[in-house]
Write a new protein. Structure first.
Length: 182
């Protein structure tokens, strides 16, 4: 990489709508690789709707989307016995860890030194928690984590606007069945 080349960044994408405004913020200063790894999204039909929206978003913005399959059993295991926990609790922290561990490992394997996630654009996610977990997962993988709160400065509202413009499916719950039932 020459001094003029932007740093490579792997962006973990939780869904197409959330990624829109995050990509808009990061694209000018980074060479982006988008990654889909979300074994928490249930049921399977919902997972497919959100993956389709992520693919549509990536295509509309001229970016490739790497899709990592699997992880559903690991997600079910981490949720076992935690189904009644409140949203934002330990179950969510473990879910962030599962997804960001995979993202960071993928980045390391590809020689991408910087990782970020779209998770912090949600008004339902504590950016400090996501960033703390992401930082730990990045350290384990030997990469760096871009700690951010993408909902700030109108980020969430911008994602709503951009997803409407692009005609993307916008979900009504976090992804896991525990969050849907609350």
């Amino acid at each position: 990489m020459s001094a003029a080349d932007p740093p490579r960044l792997l962006l973990h994408v939780c869904c197409g709508p959330c990624a829109t405004a995050v990509v808009e913020r990061l694209q000018a200063d980074h060479e982006l690789t988008l990654l889909w790894y979300n074994p928490n999204i249930q049921p399977a039909e919902e997972h497919e709707r959100r993956l389709r929206a992520a693919r549509e978003m990536a295509a509309a913005l001229g970016l490739a989307l790497v899709e990592l399959p699997g992880g559903e059993e690991a997600f079910a295991a981490l949720c076992a016995g935690r189904e009644a926990e409140p949203e934002g609790g330990e179950r969510c922290r473990l879910c962030y860890g599962l997804r960001l561990r995979q993202a960071c490992a993928y980045a390391a394997a590809q020689g991408i030194e910087l990782v970020a996630t779209t998770l912090t654009i949600s008004p339902h996610k504590a950016a400090a928690t996501v960033n703390e977990v992401g930082g730990r997962m990045a350290q384990e993988a030997g990469v760096s984590f871009l700690a951010a709160d993408f909902k700030r400065d109108g980020g969430f509202q911008r994602s709503v606007e951009l997803s409407r413009t692009l005609g993307l499916y916008r979900q009504s719950y976090c992804g896991c069945l525990c969050s849907r039932q609350r």
